[in-house]
Design a protein around this ligand. Structure first.
Ligand code: KDO
Length: 334
């Protein structure tokens, strides 16, 4: 065995250092970018879940992914995420049934009030054959792969001024803020209110200044976005057990190795598990919190709301495109 002279050793070392110096940026560049955009406020569970996603992925696939979390709709406007993913400007997002229904009309069944019964029902529906079939259509028509289903919460009403609300008729003339698509506005009208479109980021100010009379969201979101500071009443209508779907663009998904796919899928599932557990727990505690904040909490005639909302959907064009038997299959899922 020959040993290198001190001069040669020095040269070798210098070369190796130079090579390392070159190799490092090359390695950094090789990381797969995963840009995420969400309208959620940082204190909401479905914003925090992205950190769980990032940490979980870093643990299972160290240094392979560059996960970039953008909250408060800072990167893309609420509802424009699927288009951004289609254009290749975004890799991941948590999109709603309302976003999906625009391109997959059958999905509007999940935008209808009083269809999904509770978080357990939601998970059974989407993790079973109905989810498998519909997610295949989402992949075909939207070029997106659904990685997991997130429980956004059960939507309730939150009003600026106290009023007696027993049935949908009591919401006549109430300017109820809804996100700005026709599916959302239909839900607001089905509740008996005057649905008023507004982006999520403008709701706090809208309530404060009175351009809207109320908003609907799950209680954890009303807490995280501090809507209790600018409203006086909660009406527990329980009108929509709402979902979000963690999706990745097919272009990004198909570029992953089988092992990376498994890691990304597991990270998405860890993220939704974190969100779902915390959100369900918090929903059980927040009525007391809102009372402490001075809000009046009222329970309307939920059966009257259910009947009126279900009748509105049954009469609507939405129901005409629901695949035959789908509603019955959802109802029969236990
Ligand atoms: C909202 O704008 O009311 C809504 O709850 C709609 C959801 O689909 C989702 O976009 C959510 O906002 C955001 O993630 C902010 O919490």
């Amino acid at each position: 065995m020959t040993t290198a002279s001190p001069l040669r050793r020095g040269l070798l070392l210098a070369c190796a250092t130079a090579l390392c110096g070159l190799a490092q940026p090359a390695l950094a560049q090789a990381k797969i970018p995963l840009r995420i955009s969400s309208p959620a406020v940082p204190d909401d569970w479905h914003a925090k879940m992205w950190t769980v996603f990032k940490d979980s992925l870093e643990k299972s696939a160290p240094n392979q992914f560059d996960v970039q979390i953008n909250l408060n709709a800072a990167l893309f406007k609420q509802g424009t995420e699927p288009a951004a993913m289609a254009r290749g400007n975004l890799e991941l997002a948590s999109i709603s049934a309302f976003d999906i229904a625009k391109l997959v009309p059958a999905f509007s069944i999940f935008t209808a009030g009083y269809v999904v019964r509770d978080p357990q029902h939601q998970q059974k529906v989407f993790n079973g054959p109905i989810g498998t079939e519909l997610f295949k259509t989402v992949s075909d028509k939207m070029d997106l792969t659904v990685l997991s289903t997130v429980y956004l919460g059960t939507r309730q009403l939150n009003l600026r001024e106290v009023r007696t609300v027993r049935t949908p008729a009591d919401l006549k003339g109430v300017k109820l803020r809804m996100p700005g698509t026709k599916e959302w506005l239909f839900l607001g009208e089905a509740l008996g209110a005057t649905a008023t479109p507004l982006a999520f980021g403008e709701v706090y100010l809208g309530l404060k200044t009175g351009t809207i009379d109320g908003q609907d969201n799950p209680l954890p979101t009303a807490r995280a976005a501090k809507f209790y500071e600018v409203t006086k009443q909660l009406v527990l209508t329980q009108h929509l057990v709402d979902s979000l779907f963690i999706t990745i663009s097919n272009k990004s998904w198909n570029a992953l190795t089988p092992a990376q796919k498994q890691n990304v899928m597991a990270a998405a599932q860890a993220a939704s598990k974190f969100n779902n557990e915390n959100r369900i727990k918090e929903e059980g505690q927040l009525v007391d919190f809102f009372r402490q904040q001075g809000l009046q909490v009222s329970t309307p005639d939920v059966e009257a709301f259910r009947k009126s909302v279900q009748d509105s959907y049954a009469r609507s064009d939405y129901a005409k495109v629901w695949p035959a038997g789908l509603l019955e299959r959802i109802n029969a899922t236990r």
